[in-house]
Design a protein around this ligand. Structure first.
Ligand SMILES: NC(=O)c1ccc[n+]([C@@H]2O[C@H](COP(=O)([O-])OP(=O)(O)OC[C@H]3O[C@@H](n4cnc5c(N)ncnc54)[C@H](OP(=O)(O)O)[C@@H]3O)[C@@H](O)[C@H]2O)c1
Length: 338
């Protein structure tokens, strides 16, 4: 039996426990052993929950930790402490990966353990490992992705005739948008995710501050009517363009012929263009308890298969990138076209 710990028992952390419990048989099949959640650390007074990270990292039984607290601190300190002890960390925390992912990956390598973050981009979509392992030999020239389910839900409802405020309110009522939705609707969440993807494929660390970022607050129902008349829809895309060396988040006109046109509601879709494989399309739930937790558990399984060894996540050696400004919108146009 392999013992793990969960830091932060919120939406994703409790999802990790659920995936481990409900899919024990499948996990045993791939691992040859059961996974057991030995510790849960949370700030809240929940039964059986520990409050002290030392209890977890001083227990030699713990081989892997899931960091699903979010935010920079104490997630950074706890991750640092665990990796220094040779305990692998799997996270859904894109903010921490963006801010400290390179440093934490180097610490993991130094201590023969791993820092993996599949769940930080595209929720349940197996994206990062696929890019790293199945597409490592490709020259990837472009990534264009719908990476934020909240924005896509709002825009899908606007396509059906709602104005922005009404669509946002509905997203909040259905639990798809936070009470403070700024990180989603201003594009910052998408920027963090496209920055992680762009870093992986460019081999340089692109931080979220380097992304040209425009959210969806200026999109109107009238824009949708005009787009529809041209056979297009409007989607918030994160775009990495290798040729121009730029990373952009902005609402785009997406033609009907594009596979991204039909990515609706809370779903995410990511298109990647490789020089040999041509266009690839990834589709799935980019957020939510069990889909995101499933991605965390997939990382846990990789870490357990590699106990005592570092899994190269292609992040440890990244030097800071210089990126160019994204091309301007065409003159007189409100949106770029995909
Ligand atoms: N939700 C999604 O669909 C989704 C998808 C992809 C990635 N993510 C990422 O996954 C991470 C977790 O998201 P979430 O939605 O699960 O958040 P959440 O529901 O707020 O869960 C975080 C948990 O960690 C606890 N916590 C916060 N600070 C702590 C501390 N100092 N010590 C111990 N526990 C602490 C929180 O307790 P309190 O509630 O008392 O603060 C809460 O139980 C974030 O980085 C998020 O960006 C989320």
């Amino acid at each position: 039996m392999i013992n793990i710990a969960i830091l932060g028992f919120g939406t994703i952390g409790s999802g990790v426990a659920e995936v481990v419990e409900k899919n024990q048989e499948e996990i045993k099949k791939v691992l040859g052993e059961n996974l057991h959640v030995k510790y849960i650390l949370d700030i809240r007074d929940l039964p059986g929950v520990v409050k002290d990270i030392d209890t977890i990292i001083n227990d030699p039984d713990i081989k892997v930790i899931c960091e699903t607290m979010g935010g920079k601190e104490p997630a950074y300190t706890y991750t640092h402490l665990a990796l220094e002890r040779g305990i692998s960390v799997c996270t859904s925390n894109k903010e921490l990966v963006d801010a400290h992912g390179v440093e934490l990956s180097a610490i993991a390598r130094e201590h023969n353990c791993s820092y993996l973050f599949e769940a930080s981009v595209g929720g349940g979509i197996p994206l990062l490992r696929t890019i790293r392992e199945a597409c490592g030999h490709e020259k990837i020239s472009k990534i264009a992705g719908i990476l934020n389910g909240t924005c896509n839900y709002i825009l899908t409802n606007m396509k059906a005739g709602k104005e922005f405020d009404a669509a946002l309110k509905e997203a909040q009522e259905n639990g798809y948008a936070e009470r403070n939705p700024a990180a989603d609707i201003e594009g910052h969440d998408t920027a963090r995710k496209i920055a992680i993807l762009a870093s992986l494929v460019s081999g340089k660390k692109i931080s979220y501050e380097q992304v040209d970022c425009e959210g969806i607050t200026n999109v109107t129902a009238e824009d949708f009517a005009e787009a529809e008349a041209k056979g297009m829809s409007i989607k918030l895309l994160g775009v990495y363009d290798a040729e121009n060396n730029s990373v952009l988040v902005a609402p785009h006109l997406v033609p009907k012929e594009s596979a991204l046109y039909n990515v609706n509601g809370v779903f995410n879709g990511v298109m990647i263009h490789g020089n040999m494989v041509d266009d690839l399309m990834f589709y799935g739930r980019g957020a939510g308890k069990c889909p995101t937790a499933s991605a965390v558990v997939s990382d846990v399984i990789e870490c357990v298969k590699n106990i005592g060894r570092n899994i190269n996540n292609d992040f440890a050696d990244l030097e800071p990138a210089n990126v160019n400004k994204a091309p301007e919108k065409p003159l007189g146009q409100k949106f770029r076209t995909l």
